[in-house]
Structures are given as C-alpha cells and as structure tokens.
Ligand binder design. Structure first.
Ligand code: GLN
Length: 495
C-alpha cells in the first residue's frame, strides 16, 4: 500500500519516527493530484509550491525539536466554502470566482495552527446547494470509484479527494447532508458535528441556522483528530458552543459499553434502494454481534423533514445571498457584458443574472416567496413549527436509545446528469440527513458495503447534542471489525 493510501494517524507516526518528512508525504499527494485530478476534478485550486513551502517549514520546526501541532506536516484539503486569507475562495460560484478574503475562516486558522499543510481547495456545488457537485460553476467532480457517477454533494470534491488518495483529510460543510452524503457515495467517513461545535466564522453562509463545518477522512480515528483541531468555542461566532473539547481520539478508542441503538422505522420505507437497505441491515447485524441492543424507533414527523428543510434553507439563503449585488462582493456585470448595466438597478440585476447559476436562483426565488407577506405564515412559519416537532421526535427517541442508526441516502451514487433536470428527485437524496441539521444534532456517515457496480454505500449514526465522542466510538468499533474503510478505488483497479 502506498503512502497516499494511509490514514493520517499512520502518516503522523511516520513523521514522528522520522522515516518520512512532511515534504516527502506532501509530494506524494501532490503527485496523485497532478496525475489523477484532471480526470476527477476534486480540486478547484491546488498550489504545489505553496504546499511545499509549508511542509518545509514544519519539517524544519520538527528537526529543531519545536512543537509542530497535532496535525504537524499532514496535508489537508479544504472545501472552497471556507475563507482562506488572500487566496481565491470561490464557493463554486462565478459570483466569487475572483474573491480573495482578507481573513482565514476560524477552522482554517485552527488547521494552520495545528501544523496542517493546506494542499488545495476542493470543488463544490455553487454556494453548497446541491447533492452531486454538478452545480459547480467551474466543472463537475466525478466519483473516483466510477467516473460515470456523481461523488455526491455539495462537498463532492472534499469526499472525492480523500477517496482518490489526493489528501488524507479534508474539511467540508453540511447544511442538509453535504458532508455525510458525499462521504457515503465515495466510501469515506464524514461527520456533521453538533450545530456550533465548530465555528462558522469565515464559512460562506448558506442557511445560517443549519450550516456546520466538519471533517472527512478515511477512518474514524482520523475524523477524531481532525475534529479536535476544528472544534471549540470561538469569540468570532456567537453561536459557537461554549463547551470544552474532549480528547476525541482517546474517546473513540475506549471500549463500547452497552450501546443502545434505535432504528428509525420511517427510514426503511418506500424509496429506499434494496441494496442500500441490505448493506445497512448488515451493519445493524454487526452492531448486534458486538453486543449492542437494537430497538425500533418512530420519528412520526420525519416525513416532513425535506419540505421543512427546503423552505428554511432557501429562506435563509435568499437573505444571505442578498449581499452579492455587484457592489459589496466579487463579480460585477459591466455594461460591455450585457449592454444594459447603465444604472444601479440594472447593474444589480445583471450581476445576479450572470453571477448565479440556475439552482442558486431557484433557491433565492423559493426563499423570497416563502418569506413574502401573505405567504410567510403558510410556509416559513409552518416550516419552523415542523422543525420543532422533528427536534421533539429526536428528544423522545433519545430517552430510550443512545444513537440512531440508518441509511445516509436512499440510493447509492447516481449517474452524472441523471437528476440535473429534476430538482425534486435531487432533493430527495437528503431525505435522511436533513433532520439532524434541522435539530442541530451530530451525525456520522461510515462505509458499510458496495453495489454490484462497485459503488460505495454508507450508514448513518445520529446522536444527541454533543455526543460526538459516542458517535466516534461506535464508528471506530464498527471499523475495527470490518474492512470497508480499507478499500480504495486504487486497490479496486489493481484487483
Ligand atoms: N443537498 C442539500 C441542499 O442542496 C444539502 C446541501 C448542504 O448540506 N450544503 O440543500
């Protein structure tokens, strides 16, 4: 197995033993990016020289015996929704394609402080709206297991780059499933933390009451190390949770005691692909074999989760995206572009017409409609009430069980182009993931099987607020007893 197929925990051991430098490791990943990314499209930008400068700096510090931080010398890819100082942060949008933020997102500054090497910015659906990364204004990302299929989205680039051995770790964002669903489709692990566990400062806003930053990796131990770096209170984000950050790696290595799992009945009904069902059932069987007790749980309002999510997320997006007017940020249509931007109103209109893609416009229209006088009560307010009921379903469930187990997405990865013309079919990809965002709860996606065509399938564990340690522990025990996470597209091609 090559260096680039190793998880970060093992790479850290190589660095500590001194058998490899950060330059050695970073060069290996950069070589895979140079060789394979033209075919996958996981990155929108990767600056090899800048990465190697960072690697050399860490190597020097290590040789001098200075502390290098918990990720000292490890390459990390960053979804292009997170601001990186003076470096283009385009959020998958033409609107921001030349935007260079004057500051780092808190998660980015924490990564840098922890000694991580920023190896590139990853592709995504425009403004994180989508389930397939086909809504990127630049290019689609292909699934590394089979290039005819989507990698999922909106963090498709972040999940694909880990699956394709272009980075051992990546950071994504999850507003309705955008870490978990691409992780599932690409056969890697992803965690959406409790709302506020990781600061949103410098995360380009989509739905502010739903948005979360979180880690993607090859295995659960790597998730734990990365989460520990990202998590924690931040004075720049008033919604960040004021709670100490546990030693997640130690927590995930503790033995699993008396785990009570609940199976959400509503997630196993109509619309669930039979192969996905079979793989998730097998994972449930594994947990039983490991001593967990499994009971059925009802979430009576889960059928309304998609409707409530798309009203709330779009309403918040319509407000958040009002700032892109050609005056404050990024792209501005000029009269020569359109022949018409001669006064202020036409400049606004033309900028938004040309700067945003179709899905973003659809969400802005949907959200503006739901918030408008006369419709506010019927749609937005009703969605907020539904959100409360969904959160109550979780509270009820967690009176009897520790964690909920079920599928991440109703189907495995679908074909490129299959759902682009059918937004409602696309939205259903989020059927099992949005409830955690609506309720602010943590959830993890873990590989548990593959389709006949070789595409990965994941299962999801959801827990109460701040139960990340428990999710990681359960996930780690599962991975110690299975080998889905050890399989890679590269190994598949060789076999
Ligand atoms: N697919 C969902 C959407 O399009 C979720 C996106 C996300 O989590 N960023 O809204």
């Amino acid at each position: 197995m090559g260096i680039t197929e190793l998880p970060a925990v093992q790479l850290l051991a190589l660095l500590e033993e001194g058998t490899h430098s950060s330059r050695d490791i970073t060069e290996e990943f950069l070589a895979v990016i140079a060789r394979d990314d033209p075919n996958i499209g996981a990155f929108v930008r990767s600056d090899a020289d800048a990465a190697l400068i960072q690697a050399d700096k860490i190597d020097k510090m290590r040789t001098a015996g200075k502390p290098v931080g918990p990720l000292g010398g490890i390459p990390v890819a960053i979804k292009d929704v997170l601001c990186t100082v003076d470096e283009v942060t385009s959020c998958g949008s033409r609107m921001l394609q030349e935007y260079r933020p004057p500051y780092d997102a808190t998660s980015v500054s924490r990564l840098k402080k922890a000694g991580a090497i920023v190896i590139g910015k990853t592709n995504m659906d425009e403004f994180a709206m989508g389930c397939s990364t086909e809504n990127s204004a630049f290019h689609p990302t292909l699934n590394p297991w089979n290039p005819e299929y989507v990698p999922g989205g909106s963090s498709g680039g972040a999940a694909a780059c880990v699956a394709a051995s272009m980075a051992p770790l990546s950071v994504g964002s999850d507003t309705g499933g955008s870490i978990r669903q691409p992780a599932s489709h690409c056969g890697v692990v992803g965690l959406k933390p409790t709302y506020g566990r990781v600061s949103r400062y410098g995360l380009i806003a989509f739905g502010s009451s739903l948005d979360c930053v979180g880690p993607i990796a090859r295995n659960v131990e790597d998730l734990a190390i990365l989460l520990e770096v990202l998590a924690g209170p931040d004075e720049k984000d008033a919604t960040s949770v004021q709670a100490d950050v546990p030693d997640y790696l130690a927590a995930c290595r503790e033995p699993l005691e008396e785990l009570k799992l609940g199976v959400v009945q509503e997630h196993f009904s109509e619309g669930l692909d039979p192969t996905v069902k079979q793989c998730v059932d097998q994972a449930i069987g594994q947990f039983k074999a490991l001593g967990a007790t499994v009971t059925n749980v009802q979430m009576p309002h889960s059928q309304y989760a998609i409707a409530a999510y798309y009203i709330i997320a779009s309403s918040e997006a319509s407000s958040n995206l009002a700032r892109y007017d050609g005056a404050h940020y990024g792209y501005r249509a000029s009269p020569s572009d359109t022949q018409s931007s001669r006064d202020l109103m036409s400049m606004y209109r033309d900028t938004r017409q040309m700067g945003f893609g179709a899905e973003v416009k659809r969400r802005i229209m949907l959200g503006t409609y739901a918030l408008s006088a006369g419709y506010y009560d019927a749609y937005y307010l009703k969605a907020l009430r539904t959100r409360r009921l969904i959160a109550q379903d979780f509270s009820e469930a967690f009176k009897n069980v520790d964690l909920l187990i079920g599928p991440v997405a109703p189907t495995p990865a679908f074909r490129i182009g299959e759902k682009v013309l059918d937004p409602l079919a696309m939205y259903l990809s989020d059927s099992y993931t949005v409830a955690a965002n609506l309720s602010g709860l943590p959830a993890i996606s873990i590989p548990c099987g593959r389709t006949e065509a070789g595409l990965p399938i994941g299962f999801q564990l959801q827990g109460p607020a701040l139960s990340e340690s428990k999710l990681l522990r359960a996930g780690n025990v599962y991975q110690q007893n299975t080998d889905w996470h050890l399989q890679t597209p590269a190994a598949q091609r060789q076999s």
